[in-house]
Ligand binder design. Structure first.
Ligand code: 13P
Length: 261
């Protein structure tokens, strides 16, 4: 049911912060966030692979209420895949959330819908939750193709998942033209696309599954636009890039709930 989905604000650090900086980041973030934030919002951090072990150790030893995430993984468990990291390796580090199909992975590294589908399934098979990303380019939006693009990505990338798997999933709608550009989708446009995503889930997996799945918006999220985005009925969280690199700024995004009650 809408309203029962627990909000999730995630910081995707991309290729920023070495492991020393990462430790300082989470320590500062944990210090700034207060128990009231954690009571109402799940907060995850997604550092680069080289930081994950350090961040895990700090989160666990200091009993921080931060959720540990990763940005990417391969779908195979092991093998001759130079440079890749398997879902099992992440699970062993108590990673809970893995971003799959980020537009930078799709556009810069050539990941296909099929790769993303295999990754989402592999993440689930290892007991973790995918944050499945979708979103349109500026050209696609201008040509009126937003709904078709997002619908196609969700159907292709999540095909074969069970209702239970889908119900626990996180889907991030990130319009590519809004990523790192300072251009944010209006709350209304973001809501419209997130509603389309929920509709695709309802069509494929049933309404109650669609009511459970958490949908994030991502793309130039800042403290100033977070409350309006989070007031939209189909937006259950935020996937934050640049603004998650500064603990103060990220904490102010998490604090959106104090403004909207
Ligand atoms: P920005 O918040 O920097 O636009 O990045 C969004 C993003 O890609 C998060 O995954």
């Amino acid at each position: 049911m809408p309203g029962t989905r627990r909000p999730l604000v995630s910081g995707n650090w991309k290729m920023h912060h070495n492991h020393f900086e990462a430790i300082q980041m989470v320590q500062k973030l944990a210090y700034i966030l207060n128990p009231a934030d954690h009571d109402v919002v799940d907060v995850s951090v997604h550092p680069p692979f080289t930081d994950i072990r350090s961040v895990q150790t700090v989160i666990e030893s200091d009993e921080m209420r931060l959720v540990l995430g990763a940005q990417h993984c391969h779908f195979e468990e092991r093998g001759a895949f130079t440079g890749e990291v398997s879902p099992g390796m992440l699970a062993k580090l108590n990673v809970a959330l893995v971003i799959v199909g980020h537009s930078e992975r799709r556009e810069v590294f050539g990941e296909t819908d099929d790769d993303v589908r295999l990754k989402a399934a592999a993440v689930l098979a290892n007991g973790m939750t995918p944050i499945f990303c979708c979103g349109e380019t500026r050209e696609e939006r201008e040509a009126g193709g937003t709904d078709a693009k997002v619908t196609g990505q969700v159907k292709a990338g999540l095909a074969g998942l069970s209702q239970d798997q889908m119900a626990g999933l996180v889907i991030a709608y990130e319009p590519i033209w809004a990523i790192g550009t300072g251009l944010t989708a209006t709350p209304e446009d973001a809501q419209a696309a997130c509603r389309v995503v929920r509709g695709v889930v309802a069509e494929g997996w049933g309404q109650s599954t669609a009511d459970s799945v958490r949908i994030q918006y991502g793309g130039s999220v800042k403290p100033v636009n977070a409350p309006d985005l989070m007031m939209q009925p189909d937006i259950d969280g935020l996937l934050v890039g640049g603004a998650s690199l500064d603990p103060d700024e990220f904490a102010r995004i998490v604090a959106y709930h104090r403004l909207i009650g």
